[in-house]
Every structure is written in C-alpha cells, then in structure tokens.
Design a protein around this ligand. Structure first.
Ligand SMILES: C[C@@]1(CC(=O)O)c2cc3[nH]c(cc4nc(cc5[nH]c(cc(n2)[C@H]1CCC(=O)O)[C@@](C)(CC(=O)O)[C@@H]5CCC(=O)O)C(CC(=O)O)=C4CCC(=O)O)c(CCC(=O)O)c3CC(=O)O
Ligand SMILES: NC(=O)C1=CN([C@@H]2O[C@H](COP(=O)(O)OP(=O)(O)OC[C@H]3O[C@@H](n4cnc5c(N)ncnc54)[C@H](O)[C@@H]3O)[C@@H](O)[C@H]2O)C=CC1
Length: 210
C-alpha cells in the first residue's frame, strides 16, 4: 500500500536523530531547511556536523536512556550503525506515539524519509514505499533537473494572482507561470514587484481576459 505524503510544519519543533554518521548527517541536513531544532545523539560524529545548527550529544547508547526521552520530539530518526540500538529507539518512539524513521529497517519505520527537491516553499518528496531507495534517488535527480531553480520565487507572487488565474482559466494561468519562469531564467534576481508588474502586463495582453 502506498504511503500518503503528509506535508507538516516542523517550525520550532524538536527532532531527535540517533546516529552521527553519513546517513544521520544527510537526514539532519535535509531536515535543517524546515525550521526544526535538531538534537543528535551518538558515540561519535563524522565531519560535517559542525556546519549544522544541531545540538550534538556524544554518548554510547542503548536507546532506553531516560534523558533521550525527556523532550516531546515531533519526529525521531534512528540512524545509528547498530541495529539493536535503532530497533530500541524505534520501539521507544512508537510507545510514545512519536513518528519514527529507522534507517536500517523499512519495517521499523512509521514514516519514510523522502528524497527531497526544494525550491523555497515548493517541496517535492519522493518515496517508493520503502522498496527501492536507489530508484527514489534517481527520480529526485530527474526532478531536480525538471524544476527550474527560479521556481522558489513563484509561490509568493502567484499567491497574489489566484483570483486573476481563476478568471483567466487554466490555459492562461499555465502560460503566466511559463512567462514568469522564462523571465526568472533570464534574470534570477527579479524582485517581487518586478514579477508583479510582469503579471499585470501578461493579463493586459491576454485575450478574452475579463
Ligand atoms: C525505508 C527507508 C527508511 C529511511 O527513511 O531511511 C530507507 C531504508 C534503507 N535504505 C537503504 C539503503 C540506501 N538508501 C539510500 C538513499 C536514500 N534512502 C532514503 C530513504 C529510505 N531508505 C526510506 C525509504 C524511501 C523510499 O520509500 O524510497 C532517501 C530517499 C532519503 C534519505 O535517507 O535522505 C535517500 C535518497 C536521498 C536522495 O538521494 O535524495 C541509498 C543510496 C545512497 O545512499 O546513495 C542506499 C544504498 C543502496 C540500497 O541499499 O538500496 C537501506 C539498506 C541499508 C543497508 O543495507 O545497510 C535501507 C534499509 C531497508 O531497506 O530496510
Ligand atoms: N536509510 C538510508 O538511507 C540508509 C541507511 N543505511 C543504514 O544507516 C545506518 C547508518 O549508516 P552510516 O551513517 O553509514 O554508518 P556509520 O558507521 O558511518 O555511523 C554510525 C553512527 O552510529 C553511531 N553508533 C553506533 N552504535 C552506537 C551506540 N551503541 N551508541 C551511540 N552511537 C552509536 C556511531 O557513533 C556513528 O555515529 C546503518 O545501519 C546503515 O545500514 C545505510 C545507507 C543508506
């Protein structure tokens, strides 16, 4: 059964990552763009953690340590290189009703970590139902190439165009987006007011626009 992509706010929420290797770091990097506070706990941390705004606690763990569970975590990621530790962390999180991702066992996950493409507020998450992460990774690379970098500027300006887009119809609305993309492709530094002006010009030139 496929998993439903639930887009939730992590702003100002606490996330626990158990593990300090490359896999834990990749997940921490992905999460750090979403405004959560990250606490990582591991016996050792690989290079790269120092560039992240994460609280790193160095300790050999069994997963049942009371100090690990004193915080109301929004999410828990079990990504240590120790299967027994990851399973214990997964159990402890599930007992508390906390969504948990277990990096070495798809069956011990209550949610999967997606491959991500992010352009500002535009977020695409890819998942293969836990079956083929290397396929998920390829799809992510293809989507990276398909979604222009400038798309991150679109939601803020298009938010102001919803009524006009409804009145203009779907075909015109699609053309408006392509027009803005072309402009951003030429000049990625266009300001919000310049984009707004382009929208107004677009509608003035659009036939049948009432
Ligand atoms: C269930 C899941 C749980 C979870 O969320 O971690 C899971 C589980 C496992 N992954 C394993 C291996 C690999 N995972 C990757 C890569 C990624 N894995 C990610 C997600 C997920 N992986 C979840 C399912 C997602 C889905 O439904 O598709 C991505 C999308 C997100 C991220 O981790 O950031 C990220 C790509 C990000 C990107 O590129 O954008 C690579 C490739 C690489 O690293 O280059 C390999 C090596 C190749 C291989 O083995 O296939 C193993 C075996 C471990 C072992 O044998 O030691 C398990 C355990 C198991 O399958 O039970
Ligand atoms: N889901 C995914 O995307 C992938 C998952 N994996 C799995 O993810 C896990 C981690 O992989 P890597 O980061 O490459 O491993 P790694 O060996 O580089 O790092 C393991 C980390 O776990 C910590 N650790 C291990 N036992 C511990 C203990 N008892 N107490 C505290 N810390 C402990 C180590 O200190 C280290 O920080 C492995 O189980 C691997 O099989 C591997 C590839 C991709």
């Amino acid at each position: 059964m496929p998993y439903f992509p639930l887009f939730v706010s992590l702003a100002d929420r606490d996330v626990l990552i158990v593990g300090g290797g490359a896999v834990a770091l990749r997940k921490a990097r992905s999460l750090s763009a979403f405004g959560c506070r990250i606490t990582a706990a591991a016996a050792a941390f690989c290079p790269g953690w120092e560039t992240l705004n994460a609280v790193c606690r160095t300790a050999a763990l069994t997963g049942g340590e009371p100090w690990l569970w004193g915080t109301p975590w929004a999410l828990v990621i079990a990504a240590a290189g120790d299967r027994a530790l990851n399973l214990r962390v997964s159990d402890e999180a599930r007992t508390r009703g906390i969504p948990v991702n277990t990096a070495d066992d798809a069956r011990a996950c209550t949610f999967y970590f997606p491959a991500l493409v992010r352009r500002g507020d535009v977020v695409v998450g890819v998942c293969s139902g836990g079956k083929a992460p290397f396929y998920t990774k390829l799809l992510r690379k293809e989507l990276e190439a398909a979604i222009p970098p400038g798309d991150g500027a679109l939601p803020d300006v298009l938010e102001t165009q919803r009524e006009a887009a409804r009145r203009g119809g779907e075909e015109a609305a699609d053309r408006l987006i392509r027009t803005l993309r072309t402009a951003l492709d030429r000049d990625p530094d266009l300001s919000a007011s310049q984009l707004q002006a382009l929208c107004e010009k677009f509608w003035q030139q659009t036939e049948n626009y009432k």
